[in-house]
Design a protein around this ligand. Structure first.
Ligand code: COA
Length: 292
């Protein structure tokens, strides 16, 4: 990160929002066992909600649900499911209903990513990311919508900013996240009259997450990145946006895509040297970790 005149503070959601605003509410979060989605879940729980986290890995789910419950004083349960499997998501939603009796908030957060150029991306690799990100979001919405309608609740889909410009080596994720944005907007229009809101959070570079590590340029930790607000994002930045969007303060906000990136989208160019990196992919191979 280049030198900045100003560095935005990192703020706990509990210092900005009342503690009990989500008392009696239930959150259903795919990808909630780790990274950004875990931070979003923790913040919603800190404001009074119970939660169900959904993921593929049982060990991670068990540990995260224990830690989230201990940290927040609320109850976090888990359901093992692959968002590519509609049946397993329906079972997870049923578990939420059996245990808590309702679902108010849904975070469609499970995602997959790696760096690879189109030339090295197999059909299966492209399809895998579309299936996790786009179909996974669709499947999550389908599994939960009757309950979210009943509670007049809200959705947040986790997207990205990398498809606002063309980002090399991210064609699969760019296509998947563009579809997620569109899906959320249509959901907002169709479900608004039923009392359901749907918004997208588009995190920028959020430090200390698996996604950041996967995409990280080990040789240049700055990634040539700069943001008007002077630093990489923090999970707490996304958590604050989450609490706002689920809160009554956002009761007139739907169908929006909200980047949480310190304003970086307005300064973005490709984070690899251009055009050297696409003319000679071997020059960045060790950075992208993908097949050529
Ligand atoms: N470059 C090119 N292709 C890659 C790749 C890479 N770095 N990593 C995986 N693939 C390809 C595989 O080779 C496979 O294609 P093939 O059958 O033609 O060989 C395809 O992608 C599916 O990979 P597989 O490992 O079988 O899928 P999976 O369902 O086990 O894993 C991924 C899904 C690939 C998205 C994996 O990265 C993952 O599980 N990610 C979850 C966590 C994550 O990405 N978090 C970051 C969020 S930003």
């Amino acid at each position: 990160m280049s030198q900045s005149a100003y560095i935005a503070p990192i703020v706990d959601s509990t210092s900005s929002f009342k503690n009990d605003i989500f008392a009696g509410k239930v959150l259903f979060c795919t990808g909630g066992a780790s990274g950004i989605c875990r931070g979003m879940t923790e913040a919603v729980m800190r404001h009074g909600a119970n939660a169900v986290i959904i993921g593929r890995r049982l060990d991670r789910l068990e540990q995260a649900s224990k830690e989230l419950s201990a940290a927040t004083g609320r109850t976090c349960i888990y359901a093992q499911a692959d968002v590519r499997q509609p049946k397993s998501l329906k079972e997870a939603a049923q578990k939420a209903i059996d245990v808590f009796g309702r679902i108010d908030f849904v975070i469609c957060g499970a995602a997959g990513n790696f760096m690879a150029p189109i030339s090295g991306l197999s059909e299966n690799a492209f399809k895998t990311v579309i299936e996790i990100d786009t179909l996974g979001t669709y499947n999550t919405i389908k599994a939960t919508i009757p309950y979210v309608r009943a509670s007049k609740g809200a959705y947040i889909s986790v997207s990205a900013t990398l498809h606002y410009n063309a980002t090399p080596y991210q064609v699969h994720v760019s296509a998947a996240k563009a579809a997620v944005d569109a899906l959320s907007n249509v959901l907002a229009v169709e479900e608004g009259p039923h009392g359901v809101r749907s918004n997208v959070i588009a995190p920028g570079f959020i430090a200390g997450t698996e996604g950041f590590d996967r995409l990280a340029n080990k040789d240049d930790k700055s990634h040539g990145f700069s943001a008007p607000l002077g630093r990489f994002g923090d999970v707490k930045d996304v958590a604050n946006a989450t609490v706002f969007l689920f809160s009554d303060a956002a009761s007139y906000v739907t169908g929006q895509i909200i980047p949480v990136d310190g304003g970086a989208e307005h300064l973005r160019s490709t984070f690899f040297p251009y055009p050297q990196s696409v003319l000679d992919p071997t020059s960045v191979q060790k950075l992208m970790k993908g097949k050529l």
